[in-house]
Design a protein around this ligand. Structure first.
Ligand code: PFF
Length: 456
């Protein structure tokens, strides 16, 4: 059976869709709370180094593999390697997609709840220094069913978009609203840095205190670099597979990485200036933005409108990322098993939504892992995927390009359709080798720390 593969409607459509995948909760929710827990600036610096040294080559590799094969991650690895062993890297990616979406959609649900709270004017009388915002957040997440219902709503929207297909679904959403998100963040940054005591927050974010960063913080920064640009699990292979051969992958890759980094840093500045000016705790954890930002909005003229727009745009950013995760799973079953798009999407979206309910419940005290200690089911899904699965997937992708697919073939695909001249093979090989070594070194140091802790 031959099927015509759907393609992006325009070049800018692809860039926006891939940027829509990259920019999401990772930038605005996860980066600030992880930086807050791992020493601020030291974490930020390692994360930035990883983005450019490790992230860029692997992003380009994923785009090139997708566009070359016009296939999902499993199919791409299988076709380019010519054997069955490498397709397991693709499977690792599809499994990571399952795991990530089941906790990602829980926070996606929170963004819908907070958009409604903002619409109802719930933050109007929040004052800096009081704990009303924290109490509202605690009351919400401690309820077992309400957050789970918002999560299901978020998943339902995600399923509906993916069931409609790549172009009409994903691309249209991503084309709107991204510039607005940037504007809102800039306004929040301006308000943040003009608060009294805000410079403390800037120092926290940009003046490294290395002592605060343990081995685990370094792996977290590496894993986050993968997470934030949607790397290591084939999302960018999948999006690359909907490309026609005329786009400039290098330019698109750079634009996406720069935009993603800019949004994370703006979110970080807006949040930490407020955290320090209001005397909040930077290591608050998953609730950081939901506790801090509602206190910042009333400090801005027209703040209630900004509050509504902010949480709504955060929800949209989360949705455009979530759909890229679900698309990895869907594309695999369509390409490899010949399944029909809507059946696949409803079935696997439904399974992911059910696992997500368990993740959501685990944050409100109904934790299926409680017999094992403090770790929540949500925390397990989060940690296993971003800290280990994505870096391992990315590492294997770099190894794959060098030892199996071939750097000359990669270069040929990278420049096809552009006027770029052919980069020397040894130079490009060095980029991949360095990226692979950085990931291997960081992962092995973490393993070493864990193994050592068993013996002492
Ligand atoms: N990059 C997204 C974010 O920063 O929110 C999350 C993500 C999307 C991770 C797609 C992985 C992925 F394949």
């Amino acid at each position: 059976m031959t099927r015509t593969r759907e393609h992006w409607g325009s070049r800018i459509g692809f860039i926006l869709a891939a940027a829509g995948s990259a920019v999401g909760l990772g930038n605005i929710w996860k980066y600030p709370y992880m930086a807050g827990q791992h020493g601020g600036a030291a974490f930020t610096l390692i994360y930035l180094i990883c983005i450019f040294v490790v992230g860029l080559p692997i992003l380009l590799a994923e785009f090139a593999m997708g566009r070359r094969t016009q296939l999902n991650p499993v199919g791409a690895f299988r076709t380019l390697s010519g054997n069955k062993t490498w397709k397991w890297v693709g499977f690792l990616g599809v499994s990571a997609a399952f795991i990530i979406l089941s906790f990602y959609s829980v926070i996606g649900g929170w963004t819908i709840k907070y958009t409604f709270l903002a619409l109802l004017g719930a933050f109007g009388d929040f004052t800096p220094g009081s704990d009303v915002s924290a109490r509202m957040y605690d009351a919400f997440i401690n309820k077992p069913f309400e957050p789970a219902l918002w999560h299901l709503l978020f998943m339902a929207l995600c399923i509906l978009i993916i069931a409609r297909g790549v172009k009409s679904g994903i691309e249209r959403w991503s084309k709107i609203l991204m510039p607005l998100l940037l504007v809102i963040l800039v306004v929040l940054v301006i308000r943040g840095i003009t608060l009294e005591g805000s410079m403390e927050g800037i120092r926290f974010l940009f003046q490294p205190k290395w002592g605060d960063l343990g081995a685990s913080g370094v792996v977290a920064a590496l894993g986050h670099a993968f997470f934030t640009i949607s790397l290591g699990m084939g999302a960018m292979i999948t999006y690359g597979s909907y490309l026609q051969p005329d786009s400039d992958l290098l330019k698109s890759g750079l634009a996406i990485i720069l935009l993603d980094t800019a949004i994370a840093l703006l979110a970080g500045i807006a949040i930490f200036t407020a955290v320090f000016a209001f005397g909040e705790n930077p290591a608050e954890g998953e609730g950081l933005i939901f506790v801090v930002l509602p206190t910042l909005f009333p400090q801005i003229p027209g703040g209630s409108i900004f509050g509504i727009l902010f949480f709504f745009l955060l929800f949209v950013a989360a949705l455009t990322s979530a759909v890229s995760i679900l698309e990895v799973v869907t594309a695999y079953f369509i390409d490899e098993k010949g399944w029909n798009r809507s059946r696949t999407t409803f079935l696997f979206g439904g399974i992911i939504a059910s696992i997500g309910v368990l993740a959501s419940l685990s944050l409100s005290g109904y934790n299926i892992l409680s017999p094992l200690g403090d770790l929540t089911f949500f925390g397990l899904l989060d940690t296993v995927s971003y800290k280990y699965m994505l870096p391992v997937g990315g590492f294997l992708t770099a190894v794959f390009v060098v030892v199996r697919w071939g750097v000359p073939q990669f270069i040929e695909e990278l420049i096809s359709g552009t006027s770029l001249s052919r980069a020397p093979v040894p130079v490009v090989t060095t980029f991949f080798v360095v990226a692979g070594l950085v990931v291997a070194y960081i992962l092995l140091s973490e393993v070493w720390v864990v193994v050592k802790s068993w013996f002492v």
